[in-house]
Design a protein around this ligand. Sequence first.
Ligand SMILES: NC(=O)c1ccc[n+]([C@@H]2O[C@H](COP(=O)([O-])OP(=O)(O)OC[C@H]3O[C@@H](n4cnc5c(N)ncnc54)[C@H](O)[C@@H]3O)[C@@H](O)[C@H]2O)c1
Length: 254
Amino acid sequence: MAGMLENKITLVTGGSTGIGRATALILAREGATVVIADLQDEEGANTVSQITAAGGTAEYHHVDVANYDAVSALMQHIERTHGGLDGAFNNAGIEGPTAKVLEYSVEQWERVQRVNLTGVFICIKCEVELMLKRERPASIVSTASAAGLIGIPGASSYNASKHGVVGMTKCAALDFSKKKIRVNAVCPGIIKTPMLEHMAELTGTSLETYAAQEPVGRLGEPREIGDTVAFLLSEDASFITGVALPVDGGWTAL
Ligand SMILES: NC(=O)c1ccc[n+]([C@@H]2O[C@H](COP(=O)([O-])OP(=O)(O)OC[C@H]3O[C@@H](n4cnc5c(N)ncnc54)[C@H](O)[C@@H]3O)[C@@H](O)[C@H]2O)c1
């Protein structure tokens, strides 16, 4: 049976680990060619190996999503090599410090905004430029967070950046609604990834404590975000645009 993303060229940023890796594997399983952009080269190569071992097609590029020239050069490569772009998952992100506003420095604030919000803006801008060159339906999904819908204490810049991704998603969806380009966001709850494990270590919070915050009583699996992203990138979601979809075990329903 043909996959739901057969013959589609897709980009996954932050695809070396965590949610990005799980999603890249699912997109490839569904028939997409997956271009991975990240800063962790060894882990990126590892994602590519996992995809090719499963019979899929993928390649890795060292690209900082906060660097316009680097993202733009990647788009040129994608156009030259693959002829265009059908789908993109703008997922690269950093958590930043866990600190109250008074302890947060301006430099720390700006770094998180630069990667999580400006990085997504840069990617959407470059992706749409490339997508518009072909009159084919295209779809973009960015990773916001439950922290893009509700407040979480001690993470002001992260929260603001993810609220920003939600706002920009709605705006870009409207900007390109007549151009067959859909733009959506996913808002993950607490997902078991290296980022969460790092935060757990830094804050001395156990994974069980995080799991207890979820109404469903467990952490989310990266593949549960990946399945949602694959759907949003596919034609099955053809009437969905401008949405920030919680995939959060009920967290934002509290
Ligand atoms: N894990 C969670 O509970 C959770 C919840 C909500 C949202 N998110 C979001 O999901 C996304 C993926 O996070 P994850 O949990 O899989 O974490 P992760 O740390 O495992 O993955 C993030 C990836 O992004 C890459 N990256 C970071 N900065 C980059 C840059 N400037 N350019 C290119 N790549 C860069 C990292 O190298 C890493 O591979 C992030 O945007 C994060 O904010 C995570």
